[in-house]
Design a protein. Structure first.
Length: 182
């Protein structure tokens, strides 16, 4: 067993990345305060070919050296947009035909293992503030909520860890659906 060298990873260059088809997923950050978390979202979005990130409220925007520390240039390849109000982002995405889900613990959430995207569905996922989560007024605008099952005492993941879990799960499900016969 041998670790692969960087030149063996078949990485896309920025131009190839822009030309590559993206997953029909938009990530919405609702007042995420940590630039390290924001940078992590960019890296995860790049790795999984996420369509775009909407940065809302107090969420910092590129260029930003703290975001760059974690994003490692993914902030230059992943499309992003800033909106002052997360509610405006949700409404805009709904107008564009996205089904919007909060990633949150609510009374009627769908557990992630039970969530199955519809074929061809465009999905927007709202991730919330590290302390307060997704604002209730934003949850009220969403079409539903997806929850990551948790079994310990904290019932809380770091927001960028939640992104990795949810986005990977949806990437697998949507790639499988997209390539399935029928």
């Amino acid at each position: 067993m041998r670790k692969l060298r960087t030149n063996e990873l078949n990485r896309l260059n920025p131009e190839e990345y822009q030309e590559t088809g993206k997953m029909p997923i938009v990530v919405v950050l609702d007042n995420v305060r940590s630039c390290n978390n924001i940078g992590s979202f960019f890296r995860t979005a790049d790795a999984l070919l996420i369509n775009a990130i909407y940065l809302c409220g107090i969420t910092a925007t590129p260029p930003n050296k703290e975001i760059h520390k974690t994003a490692l240039d993914a902030e230059k390849t992943v499309d992003w947009k800033y909106l002052e109000k997360t509610a405006d982002a949700v409404n805009e995405l709904k107008e564009q035909g996205y089904t919007v889900y909060a990633i949150e613990q609510i009374d009627k959430s769908i557990m992630l293992p039970d969530f199955t995207p519809k074929p061809g569905e465009k999905i927007a996922l709202v991730f919330g503030n590290e302390v307060k989560g997704v604002q209730q007024k934003v949850v009220d605008l969403c079409d539903g909520a997806i929850e990551i099952p948790q079994f310990g005492t904290k019932h809380s993941f770091n927001v960028s860890v939640s992104a990795g879990i949810v986005l990977w799960d949806l990437f697998k499900k949507m790639k499988w659906t997209a390539s399935s016969p029928g």
